[in-house]
Design a protein. Structure first.
Length: 283
């Protein structure tokens, strides 16, 4: 598909796409649009970086209109609070020319504040499984209007041990709903979840895990030891134009701390560290 014009999007949605500078849909966006709009259960196999958020949100938003209800009609489940925040911002950019209300909720923060936000009214709720279930069983989050459920990064969610929470949520949602799932990989656990809760889903696979993405350049440097790697990293990071925003992954927490200590000397105001021994609010 050459452009988003082929989708015949509503004016508010097309304006949002134009504002974001998107001109040509990615393969996953082209492949799932009509399938999701058909109302069938859908399983999309696509890794991060393929445009999958817009892939499932475009057809959903195309048919979603403002309604006189304070209860959500679309639920999105993701594994981490960081993803909740990211998706909520993305969806707000897609809905900026509408009066649809988007809310992100997650654990590790004051639930009372989130309860109040839910009571103010929401059309699309993005949540981690635990906090979604807590709000639902408290009676604050009413599920009776939800007609579409999206589970994104379901393989990661199951790896993190959320199977029980997902099962509980699927059990209490309205029976008449469309299930949409996205995963980078197909595992036995993912297959079982599909078998248990999905009805004759349509499976669409684009850029499965391990497939190099066309919009990501990959370069490999063969270096001998930690300090050689460190010196190379310092050299690369010194190029501010090429490396203005960088994620550095380390094999373990000890090496991450050591990297941070050495890089802090040269990049004190630009660097931070995060791992499981650090608070999520670590600056």
């Amino acid at each position: 598909m050459d452009s988003f014009d082929h989708f015949n999007l509503t004016n508010p949605l097309q304006n949002a796409i134009d504002d974001l500078g998107f001109t040509i849909p990615t393969p996953i966006q082209s492949s799932v649009f009509s399938v999701i709009r058909s109302g069938k259960d859908v399983v999309g196999i696509a890794q991060t970086g393929t445009g999958k958020t817009l892939a499932y949100m475009l057809p959903i938003l195309q048919d979603l209109k403002f309604a006189e209800t304070n209860n959500p009609r679309i639920a999105l489940l993701v594994p981490t609070r960081e993803l909740v925040l990211q998706l909520a911002v993305n969806i707000e950019s897609f809905t900026k020319h509408t009066n649809l209300r988007v809310l992100g909720v997650y654990g590790g923060t004051n639930i009372s504040t989130q309860k109040n936000a839910v009571l103010e009214g929401v059309d699309i709720i993005v949540a981690t499984p635990g906090r979604f279930y807590d709000l639902a069983v408290s009676g604050i989050l009413q599920l009776k209007k939800i007609n579409k459920l999206v589970i994104d990064e379901v393989d990661v969610m199951l790896d993190l041990g959320f199977r029980t929470q997902i099962n509980n949520i699927l059990d209490i949602l309205p029976q008449r709903r469309q299930n949409i799932m996205f995963s980078a990989t197909m595992t036995e656990d993912v297959d079982k979840l599909i078998d248990d809760f999905f009805i004759k889903p349509e499976k669409i696979a684009i850029a499965v895990s391990g497939t190099p993405l066309e919009n990501i350049s990959q370069v490999c440097y063969e270096v001998k030891n930690f300090y050689t790697k460190l010196n190379l990293l310092k050299y690369l990071l010194g190029n501010k134009e090429e490396y203005s925003k960088v994620l550095v992954f380390s094999s373990n927490k000890k090496n991450a701390d050591l990297l941070f200590e050495n890089l802090e000397e040269d990049f004190a105001s630009e660097i931070c560290i995060i791992h499981s021994n650090k608070s999520q609010n670590y600056p």
